[in-house]
Structure formats: C-alpha cells, structure tokens
Design a protein around this ligand. Structure first.
Ligand SMILES: NC(=O)c1ccc[n+]([C@@H]2O[C@H](COP(=O)([O-])OP(=O)(O)OC[C@H]3O[C@@H](n4cnc5c(N)ncnc54)[C@H](O)[C@@H]3O)[C@@H](O)[C@H]2O)c1
Length: 338
C-alpha cells in the first residue's frame, strides 16, 4: 500500500469532537492538518491536553488560527490543498449565545463563509461540517427527521447552524462542492466540554455546590435529550467521509443521535451511579429545580433512518456505558478523592 498523501483538514482540532476525530484519522495513517484558535470559552487546559495527545503523531500538523481570518484560511488551503475538510470549529452553547452574540456571528457565520470560499477556490473532494440538533427548535413531532420544517430556531446558536446549512446548499449548488452537514445530538464522553450539563454538574459536586436542573421540577413532563456518545459520533463522521452526496445538488444533511431519548432525571441518576462506581462510594447530587431557560428546548430525539440507509450505522452506546467512561476519566484526570 502506498504512503497516504491526501490531506484531511480538521477545524476545531483542539475541541472535543475534533480531537477524537483527528486521533482516529491519525491512527489510520491519514495526514491531518488541525486548526483551532484555542479560545478560552471553556478551560483552555483541556484543549491543550487534547493537543498534547495529538502532537506526537508525525502525520499531524497543528496551526493556531482563527476562522475569521480569511487570508490565513486561504493561505492554509493553498499550502496544504486538503482533499477532505471536516469543519467542526464553531462557537458552541445555546445559553452563551444570548450573552455574547458577536462571537457566534464571527465564528459561525463569517468563519463558515471563509471555509466555503476556500473550498470554492481550492476545490475539495468532500466538505463535512457540524450542524446541530438545535435547528429543530421547539418542534413537537418526534423523532426529528431531516425533512422536518426547521425554520423556527429558538436561539442565535441554532440560527447560525441553520444558516450554515443554507449557505452550504448554495455553495454546493453554485460551485459543485460535495458537502454534508451533520446535526449532532448532545455529544458526551471523556475529555468532553465543561460547559455541558453532565460535566458542569460533576464539577459542582466536587466543589460542594448544588446543581440547578432547569426542568421546573416537573418529572412527569421532564426534558428529554438524545445523548450521543463521542465514539459513535466519530464512527459516523468517519464512515460519511467516503459517502459523498451524489444528487443534482451535492449537499445532504444527516442527524447523528442515539435515537433513544432519555429523561433528564434518568441521565442525572445514571451519572450518580457511574460516579459512585468510579469513586467506590455513594455519590448523590444536591439538586435545585429551576424554570426552563429561554432557548432551551423540551425534547431532542433523532431519527437515524437516513444515516443508517447511507452508512449502515447508527449510534448504539448506552448512557450507562458512556457515562461510566466519562466518570472514570474524570476521577483520574482531576485526581478527585475516592
Ligand atoms: N458537543 C455537542 O454536543 C454538539 C452538539 C451539536 C453540535 N455541535 C457542533 O459540533 C462542533 C464541535 O463541537 P465540540 O463539542 O467539539 O465543541 P468544542 O467547543 O469542544 O470545539 C470547537 C473548537 O473550535 C474552536 N473554535 C471556536 N471558534 C473558532 C474560531 N473562530 N477559529 C478557530 N477555532 C475556533 C474552539 O477553540 C474549540 O476548540 C461545533 O461546531 C458544535 O457547534 C456539538
């Protein structure tokens, strides 16, 4: 077999999903160029830790840069001529988009536009980009299907992701760029994002603070979330790389979720059980129930039929298995007392 020379560009390589995807591609011998601006939206040490784990690979090159810098993005494409682009860098978080909207426009709209323009001028085989389950807004019909109406986003974050889908469609139509958008459903796992509930709850437990659960304390009408384990997300992306859209307009959008929504309280109780096991002693959160926050949605539930038909795969990992991986990692990484 010849030496791999095709370059895969992973944006957001120091991020949660970008790290695991880069690692998988590097393990397969692919050349990976990773970019990230290493912003401090959450603990930068975690981003540095992920990068430290990628840096020993001699088929990995990391370049610190901001998506908003069009000239640098163009230079990057000109120099490395990536054949596959997996665009994961973005400003995440639903609630933070009410606090700091500017950064969402800069990274998720201008940044995405720069990636599309670069793919237009330095043609690629396949552009895969992160969308989000948040595009479904407060839709009531479940499971959420890719053909559902998604013109009612309830946060600026969701609007930027829906906008990305529209922009990708147009660029694909106009410039024949094969592009695939992925609507991820609440991704979790070891070395995950501290801004997400499961991680934030765990941090609070170890700093002896109560956790706030935004479900009105209404367990009959609890929030439902389709939680997706990181390894399943990476497997889905990896399989889709070689599954380029072939229609008249070469643009497709897929859900990647577990197709099995869990009540928020079940998820929290499972987290307690897993952490108790990791610690070797009982762990129970002190819970405070609060009203639902604006921008939060009552349920997310992915239909995975389209994904399965395309790549013969759907996420399978149970929250028991996935959260155990998270709590084992957390106890080890932070050296919390057993
Ligand atoms: N994790 C989830 O549950 C989830 C759900 C739906 C969608 N997504 C989307 O998946 C993608 C990856 O998410 P993640 O969980 O790995 O998030 P993450 O925040 O861990 O990773 C994103 C990375 O992008 C980098 N970045 C942000 N703005 C940038 C910019 N302007 N220039 C360069 N780098 C920049 C950040 O420093 C970060 O390391 C994002 O697009 C996110 O919106 C994630």
């Amino acid at each position: 077999m010849g030496k791999e020379t095709k370059v895969h560009l992973v944006t957001g390589a120091a991020g949660f999903i970008g790290y695991y995807l880069s690692k998988k591609l590097l393990d397969q011998g692919k050349i990976v160029i990773g970019i990230d601006n290493l912003n401090d939206y959450y603990d930068i040490k975690l981003k540095e830790k992920r990068l430290n784990l990628l840096e020993p690979y001699n088929n990995f090159i990391f370049i610190k840069l901001d998506l908003a810098d069009k000239e640098q993005i163009f230079n990057l494409f000109k120099t490395y001529q990536p054949i596959v682009v997996i665009h994961l860098a973005a400003q995440g978080g639903v609630r933070y988009s009410a606090e700091n909207p500017d950064v969402y426009i800069q990274s998720n709209i201008n940044g995405f536009y720069n990636i599309l323009e670069a793919c237009r001028h330095y043609p690629v085989d396949h552009l895969i980009y992160a969308s989000s389950s948040s595009v479904y807004g407060a839709n009531k019909k479940v499971p959420f299907e890719e053909t559902d109406f998604v013109d009612n986003p309830v946060s600026l974050y969701a609007s930027t992701k829906k906008t990305n889908e529209l922009m990708a469609h147009t660029y694909s139509y106009l410039y024949d760029i094969p592009a695939t958008g992925l609507r991820f459903f609440t991704v979790y796992g070891p070395m995950g994002r501290p801004d997400m509930a499961y991680f934030g709850f765990t941090n609070k437990f170890f700093s002896n603070e109560p956790i706030q659960i935004y479900n009105n304390g209404d367990f009959d009408n609890d929030l439902y979330r389709d939680f997706t384990y990181i390894d399943d997300i990476v497997e889905g992306i990896e399989r889709l790389i070689s599954h380029k859209p072939t229609g008249e307009v070469k643009h497709e959008v897929y859900n990647i979720g577990n197709n099995q929504p869990e009540k928020l309280m079940t998820f929290i109780e499972t987290l307690e059980k897993c952490m108790s096991k990791s610690l070797g002693k009982e762990m129970v959160f002190e819970k405070q129930f609060e009203p639902i926050k604006p921008g939060d949605v009552p349920a997310t539930y992915a239909s995975t039929d389209k994904l399965q038909a395309a790549i013969d795969f759907k996420p399978q990992t149970s929250i028991e298995d996935g959260l155990q991986q998270f709590t084992d990692w957390y106890v080890e990484y932070y050296g919390v007392k057993r």
